[in-house]
Design a protein around this ligand. Structure first.
Ligand code: NAD
Length: 465
């Protein structure tokens, strides 16, 4: 179904034309208007916590704790931070100036881009759409958002709830899947912010190029973990398993695979057996804390990956198609050429690839596409330095997983195949802001005299000035 929150007009070119008209009317620029929208959005989160938790449970069987921690409270905290810093962030900047400009005003204005398109993914269907939306509103843009069609209940929540709180002329929801996205991408936007897989990211980028539209691409890929033998193994295993099995691995920054020595692999598997039993019980299918796979297509993809690695399963490996359940699964002694090492796993399967040492791990990582995040577990400063200096990734997180994502002063985004651009905290505001440089001079005679050597007729003597 194709609709927008106002129900009319009903076709995408008209919707986008109206969005441009709204921006051109100047409605979204006043700081008071923006603040009001953000306050209304905060009220929406606070008044609809249960509805958000319910929608996440319907789409992903997300438990309440993960729903609050990873989406609802995450959105609220980010928005409170934006509101607290709003006056500071929106102020024109006054950079330092050279002696020649001492009589001038040198200013950087924070201009909105105009009409922004935000396309969301299904795995964190609220957070990945509404967090950049808040940044775009704070920056004074008109925003068109397209929720993922795969997280139906969350998309429905957004379509029904957002218009009750936000200005319907300036925040527009377009429902639909690839067909509607394709139609949207034919239109001219002033900024496009896309979250999803790398293949579709390339389609979005190609569409943006036609209008020279700037983009942020928040993509995916295989995020590796390296563990050396200096770590506290129990804490390491807990932090990695938690990062992997929240949302049953359907997390863009989930650890995708582990690189470690055979000795570390053995210890890891021993601890993992006990910890997983402690967390999810003898039968993890009965645990209320494990989500389900989003749809049958993704379930079959993951089932095929387990079937292709049956001899390497050391924990889990069980699945139930009717329930779209896959048990937390660990594979040992995986090799670089195994099928599981081809694409991003995006599910609860964690392969361990034995390697000799940190140098081999770095070589392995550098022989593949730059990951969205690289996880390193080591107590050794020299190993931290080695990975920091010799690898490239969107983010680097040492001795934990996922937690870097919650640090609002750290911009989040990929590099190379894992994406371009970043957001979170002030970086969200800056992403949707054009930094307009401005030099303001006056007509004072002293200034004119100082700079008059620039006028013809030119001479070498004038160059010495
Ligand atoms: P996807 O690329 O299939 O879909 C994302 C969005 O693109 C959806 O709204 C979808 O409707 C739209 N879309 C699908 N086909 C399209 C087409 N042909 N043209 C235009 N738009 C199209 O991604 P997904 O399956 O929803 O998400 C999984 C991927 O996203 C994983 O690779 C994951 O790592 C990545 N991801 C990245 C981040 C991040 O912040 N970097 C966050 C979540 C997910």
């Amino acid at each position: 179904m194709l609709s927008n929150t106002k129900q009319k007009p009903v076709n995408i070119p008209e919707i986008i034309q109206e969005a441009h008209n709204t921006f051109n009317s100047g409605k979204t620029k006043p700081l008071e208007w923006r603040k009001k929208q953000l306050q209304n959005l905060l009220r929406m989160y606070e008044e609809n916590k249960n509805a958000m938790i319910d929608a996440l449970a319907k789409d992903l069987r997300r438990c309440k704790m993960e729903a609050i921690l990873l989406e609802v409270d995450y959105l609220i905290n980010d928005l409170i931070n934006t509101l607290n810093n709003f006056d500071e962030w929106t102020k024109p900047e006054r950079p330092s100036k050279a002696i020649i400009n001492v009589l001038d005003d040198v200013v950087i204005y924070n201009d909105p881009y105009g009409v922004v398109l935000i396309i969301g993914a299904w795995n964190y269907p609220l957070q990945l759409l509404l967090l950049p939306m808040a940044g775009a509103i704070a920056a004074g843009n008109v925003v068109v958002i397209k929720p993922s069609e795969l997280a139906e209940a969350c998309a429905q929540f957004i379509v029904e709830t957002l218009p009750k709180y936000l200005d319907n002329d300036a925040v527009i929801v377009v429902e639909g899947g690839p067909e509607e996205s394709t139609e949207l991408l034919k239109q001219k936007f002033d900024y496009i912010f896309y979250t999803g897989g790398t293949n579709v990211g390339k389609i979005v980028y190609a569409a943006a190029v036609k209008n020279l539209t700037p983009v942020t691409l928040e993509l995916g890929g295989k995020s590796p973990v390296y563990i050396d033998n200096s770590v506290d193994m129990e804490i390491t295993v807990k932090r990695i398993l938690w990062g992997k099995f929240i949302n049953v691995g359907q997390t863009c920054i989930a650890p995708d695979y582990i690189l470690c020595s055979k000795e570390v692999q053995e210890k890891f598997v021993e601890f993992a057996k006990n910890i997983l039993k402690e967390w999810y019980g003898e039968d993890p299918q009965k645990s209320p804390d494990l989500c389900r796979i989003i749809n049958n297509r993704h379930f079959s993809r993951l089932q095929a990956l387990i079937d292709a690695s049956k001899d390497k399963v050391v924990i889990g490996g069980r699945y139930d198609a009717q329930d779209r359940f896959i048990a937390p699964t660990i594979l040992a002694n995986v090799t670089a050429s195994d099928k599981i090492m081809e694409d991003e796993i995006f599910g609860p399967i964690l392969p361990i690839v034995p390697i000799e040492n940190a140098y081999e791990a770095i070589k392995f990582i550098n022989s593949r596409e730059h990951p969205l995040v690289l996880y390193l577990f080591s107590k050794q400063g020299k190993i931290h330095k080695l990975f920091t200096e010799q690898t490239r990734s969107g983010s680097l997180c040492v001795n934990d997983t996922i937690m870097f994502y919650g640090v609002e002063t750290l911009p989040f985004g990929g590099v190379g195949n894992s994406g371009m651009g970043a957001y979170h905290g002030k970086k969200s505001f800056d992403t949707f802001t054009h930094k307009k440089s401005c030099l303001i001079r006056n007509f004072a005679s002293i200034g004119e005299k100082l700079a008059s050597s620039r006028y013809p007729p030119y001479s070498d003597g004038k160059l010495k000035f």
